[in-house]
Design a protein. Structure first.
Lengths: 383, 271
């Protein structure tokens, strides 16, 4: 993005330093790279890929292996990208996982049991998702409570409601029959087809959705006004408000973004499996947070990267698929998750401390006498 | 500035009550373009209440608050800002993990392009931030540097440069040197002079007469909500300022008291 320009400014900066302030501790190129929020995730993804290329060999390197782990990564990334944005904005959403099942259930119920066209049912489901995101946001803003507790509440409420409603209607915890609803064929193309076939292996369109979300999310965060507001409401909400940032609207908007991405996730799963399983996504909310932390997002907000979160999803997806392919015990996946989560959180905390506490003078410190002189000179000329 | 220059901001016998508490009683002062008015006072003297009236957080209950000769009473900080009054608070309105240029333009980000492609003018924003800071005599080498890595004085300078750039006519600084060491305080005093020389009226709130005297053109001393006077620089010396500010009589009493506790003989005896 700005590699050339930042390289140029570093060069000029170095020149200035030599003439004005010898005490300034310059960051070396290596240090600058290390504090990029997505650096850890990039290095991690590379190491994980190499590990399984070594352990699982040709299966891992095949198109089949690639398609599998990319699909699995997209399965996290469809929601995790929005969760990362929300975390940079200083909030959590524990109801992000249950949203997959909720939106799928509503779309399926409206289509199968109310007889609506599937697209109309999906649109209604989207409206419900938007409302739920709005509700999360408003409750967090109005109550001033931590979003952790508020969304834990919505998580359990939705989980219970979904099971109750589905059992009332279908006597099961599943809704089947969307294959026969109007508009299903196109919906399946949009959300659950293969977008390309290489070497006889289909790559699912969810991978494209995931890549698109990373691209749009990164662009919004780094290159738009809203992105600046997201950083600011996460980094210092009072400061943001005092500077004229619509802080509450930004936060509510972020909760709604998570809900919309949860809806996309829900539609992908619904159309991939052709049925709605209402507990779909439950338990996934922590994986989204892990992906965001791996991507350099601070739990306290105000710092992070969407590309990093995308790479975090890739790490999760590759590990989940790689462990069985390498012939290891599946339970090692959780051990691995716990360890890398801790490592990433430690690294992020170190960066946060660096940015908060380091205070090196970077400008010339004038003498107080000089100030007095400047003031005095002007006073005498005026009198 | 000549005495005939119009007042940018003027307070005439302004009072503020909270219930039956008189927070401020008949405060009179003024600031002209290119002048620094210092408001001095110990903790609880009413400095905060005065700032809040000036920056639109509170409305005054009595007296006149004039901006360029017009009577005003601000309903919100936004209204004060629109009238050209910028307040730089002690706990600066900045996000420490965000870069200098992102903080500089926070809430007023420049954009380019249109429709869905409307985006931040990143290069322009960085360039402007560097230019504006250099006009204040600050050499920013890397606008991507997080604000949290700057020293306290430098952070003040970013806030001041930002206020100046966004069209402030009157700059209110709330204890900008309170948390700083001697040298860093010097840095901030230099920026106050720089803002003054760019034609702003500066209201510098402090409890340190040694910081106020070198840069101030006019001094208001507050004590328990009352004004002890509103002096142009020519009418008050540094020593008088310190005396009034700290309550000379009280200080002398304290000196006596301390002498009776720690007698010179004791110190000699301990050696």
């Amino acid at each position: 993005m700005t590699t050339t320009s930042s390289a140029a400014s570093t060069a000029t900066a170095a020149d200035v330093v030599s003439t004005t302030d010898e005490r300034l501790a310059r960051l070396s190129a290596r240090q600058r790279l290390l504090v990029r929020p997505e650096f850890g995730a990039l290095a991690g993804a590379f190491v994980v890929w190499l590990l399984f290329a070594w352990q699982a060999g040709s299966v891992w390197l095949s198109w089949q292996g690639t398609a599998t782990y990319l699909d699995r990564s997209a399965g996290y990334g469809l929601t995790a990208v929005a969760v990362a944005l929300l975390m940079i904005g200083g909030e959590f959403d524990l109801s992000a996982g249950v949203m997959t099942g909720t939106t799928g259930m509503f779309a399926a119920l409206f289509a199968v049991h109310s007889g609506l066209n599937l697209w109309l049912a999906m649109a209604l489901s989207l409206l419900i998702a938007l409302f739920l995101g709005f509700l999360n946001g408003v409750m967090v803003i109005r109550s001033g409570l931590p979003s952790f507790i508020v969304t834990l509440g919505t998580f359990f409420a939705l989980r219970g409601f979904n099971l109750w409603l589905t059992q009332q209607v279908t006597d099961k915890t599943q809704v089947t029959g969307i294959v026969d609803t109007g508009g299903h064929d196109i919906a399946r193309k949009v959300f659950a087809s293969n977008f390309v076939t290489i070497g006889g292996v289909g790559f699912r369109v969810s991978i494209l959705w995931f890549a698109g979300m990373v691209a749009v999310g990164a662009w919004v965060l780094m290159r738009t006004r809203v992105g600046n507001w997201i950083f600011a409401v996460g980094g210092n909400r009072d400061a943001a408000r005092m500077s004229g940032v619509p802080a509450n609207a930004t936060k509510i908007g972020l909760f709604m973004t998570v809900a919309v991405c949860g809806w996309v996730h829900g539609m992908v799963v619904l159309l991939q499996t052709n049925r709605s399983n209402v507990i779909e996504g439950v338990g996934q909310e922590f994986f989204f947070i892990i992906a965001a932390v791996l991507g350099g997002c601070l739990l306290t907000g105000g710092f992070g990267s969407i590309v990093g979160a995308g790479l975090g999803c890739l790490i999760l997806g590759m590990t989940q698929q790689g462990i069985p392919l390498a012939g290891w015990n599946n339970n090692l996946y959780f051990l691995f998750l716990g360890v890398i989560l801790l490592l990433a959180a430690f690294a992020n905390e170190w960066i946060r401390r660096w940015a908060r506490t380091a205070s090196r003078p970077t400008v010339d410190v004038p003498d107080t006498a000089e100030v007095a002189h400047a003031a005095a000179t002007r006073t005498t000329t005026d009198d | 500035m000549t005495e005939t220059a119009p007042h940018l901001l003027e307070l005439q016998r302004v009072s503020k009550y909270f219930g039956n508490v008189i927070a401020l009683h008949q405060i009179t002062t003024s600031v002209r373009a290119g002048e620094v008015t210092c408001v001095l006072g110990d903790n609880g003297a009413g400095k905060s209440t005065l700032i809040k009236i000036l920056s639109g957080v509170h409305k005054h209950d009595d007296g006149h608050f004039l901006i360029e000769g017009r009577d005003v009473s601000f309903g919100s900080p936004r209204a004060a800002k629109a009238a050209g009054i910028a307040t730089v608070y002690q706990d600066l309105a900045m996000a420490p993990l965000m870069s200098i240029w992102r903080n500089f333009f926070l809430g007023s980000e420049p954009t380019t392009g249109w429709g869905p492609l409307r985006r931040l003018d990143v290069e322009g924003a960085k360039r402007t931030a560097i230019e504006e800071m250099s006009k204040m005599g600050i050499d920013v080498r890397d606008p991507e540097q997080p604000v949290g890595t700057l020293s306290g004085g430098e952070r003040q300078s970013v806030a001041i440069a930002r206020a100046v750039y966004f069209g402030a006519k009157v700059l209110i600084l709330d204890e900008p040197t309170a948390a700083l060491g001697v040298k860093q305080s010097g840095v901030v005093l230099k920026y106050i002079v720089a803002a003054r020389d760019r034609g702003l009226g500066v209201i510098f709130i402090t409890h340190n007469p040694n910081h106020a005297y070198p840069v101030g053109d006019r001094f208001v001393i507050l004590k328990r909500g009352q004004s002890l006077g509103n002096f142009p620089k020519g009418e008050i010396s540094r020593d008088e300022l310190i005396q009034m500010m700290s309550g000379g009589a009280e200080l002398e009493a304290l000196a006596h008291e301390l002498e009776s506790v720690v007698r010179p003989e004791d110190i000699i005896a301990r050696r």
